[in-house]
Design a binder for this molecule. Sequence first.
Ligand code: CO
Length: 306
Amino acid sequence: MIEAYEKAGKIVSKVRNDAIKLIKDDLLILDLVEFAESEIQKLGAGIAFPCNVSVNEITAHYTSPANDETKILTGDLVKLDIGAHIDGYIADSAITIMAPGKNLEEKYDTDTINKYKELIESSDAGLEAAISTVRPGVEVGKIGAAVEEAINSYGFKPISNLAGHSLEQWNLHSGLSIPSINDKNTNKLKEGDAIAIEPFATDGVGWVIDTPHTYIFRYLKDKPFRMLHTQKILREIKANYADLPFSIRWLAKEFNVNRLNRSMRELSQASAIYPYPALKEKTDCWVSQSEHTVVVEGDGCTITTK
Ligand code: CO
């Protein structure tokens, strides 16, 4: 089991490091997510969830829909969050960078550039502080407290309504939440737990809300539908993505996009699938994210996605 977690972690780490090098002015988000997803498969792992590329105030759960023309521009704060699995054992890791470009200094003044560099440092510091507290028996509220203190020390705020999560085989969010604030949660970690720790930091209010855009979903249950097309799509989803989240973009390879969108709405309304809308910071302030997967062991933990 630990071997599978570590193998998935090495693949995520390599793909993350390779993908980050591609980020530059004018890059299509679609090209970046497709690169990351295809590299994961080339290296022998499965995709644990659609590659998330969330830019500036968009905080999480953005992946390109089919034919997405959205581009990354110089100076954008790009959060790349990827997941791979080996036999259902998941590695989940994220990194944030400010997109480089020749015109960066024309676009943003030095103070602004430095502020966002520090924002990135603050979520990295939050992640590091969290990892240093991880050991069997630690209360998850204590991990949150360490994250909050580290991010606050930079003058920023953690996003308080987003949390890290425990992982189990074929289960991306298996019940235990790892907060980024001191929420006094007394649930304890135990030896062998795999958890994804993912602090988000912002210069805004530290709260995320749904956007109207949903491109990531998860299968929930079978239901009868009068529309044959909707039935067919649900069958396809269950056959291929019964456990882990999937992207509407993957289905658009086989189905007409307009009819697909209609059926996905119907499936969501009937709770046959669960929608993950893209999230944004409530006050439209920019957000940085840092994430590693760790396995709780001995008197600490092993970082699988280092
Ligand atoms: Co992640």
